[in-house]
Design a protein. Structure first.
Length: 235
């Protein structure tokens, strides 16, 4: 057996193993986002690596051919999604471009897949967390593109594996941000909110700073709250 054939066989075996694990992980993540529970979130978070989304973006630009172009196109379109906001639209575009540039699917196809999944899902109306839950669900739905037959051609498996790794890291980062916010809104243990304040500053201090809205007296500043979430995600 020549080395090229042996390499392809090994890649196919690795791909098959990754796909099996990805199916299970995506399903578990969907359940968590649809019915968030702090203990379940923590359990899943222990299994997933986390990384600032800014670092994921830099790595994707370096490693994924065609990513930069797809990312630019995706940013224009994800900002118009009903469940997106300033905090999550860039992350949605990042996930979209990772899938689009490694599967050959157009940016529109990938967004449509994720959008339909989120639209049909029954996300609990959790204050302060809805957009993050929708973001996480969107990622799990577009990951499923890798699970379909012919989703990735054999020569592109190495790049696809890198993209999948980045998407899984993104899920870990989203879950980490949700846990931080959930602990602040309803702390489960003494010091949970204080721990977060040590790394990101107080969520409540951010929300209570005066906004640019005429007449605002600083009861809550939605822009500052969203800026805090962006920090939590590492953008």
């Amino acid at each position: 057996m020549d080395k090229a054939t042996e390499y392809l066989i090994l890649q196919e075996a690795e791909w098959s193993h990754i796909i099996d694990n990805l199916k299970s992980m995506a399903l578990n993540a969907q359940k968590v986002f649809l019915k968030p529970n702090i203990n379940t979130l923590k359990t899943l978070a222990k299994k997933l690596k986390t990384r600032d989304l800014k670092d994921v973006e830099r790595e994707a630009i370096r490693r994924i051919p065609g990513f930069k172009k797809d990312f630019s196109e995706a940013q224009e379109k994800t900002s118009k999604l009903k469940f997106a906001n300033k905090s999550t639209s860039r992350g949605l575009a990042l996930a979209t471009a990772l899938v689009s540039s490694t599967t050959g699917k157009s940016v529109n196809e990938v967004i449509k897949k994720g959008e339909m999944g989120v639209r049909n899902a029954k996300i609990l109306p959790t204050p302060g967390l809805f957009q993050l839950l929708a973001f996480g669900l969107f990622v799990t739905f577009i990951i499923s593109i890798f699970l379909t037959d012919g989703g990735v051609i054999m020569p592109a498996i190495k790049v696809a594996l890198q993209a999948i790794g980045m998407l899984v890291v993104m899920l870990g980062q989203i879950i980490k941000a949700i846990i931080r916010i959930a602990q602040i809104l309803a702390p489960n243990k003494a010091g949970a909110a204080a721990d977060t304040a040590d790394t990101l500053g107080s969520f409540w201090d951010a929300t209570q700073t005066p906004s640019s809205i005429p007449g605002d007296i600083g009861i809550i500043n939605p822009d500052a709250a969203m800026a805090w979430i962006i920090k939590a995600l590492g953008f």
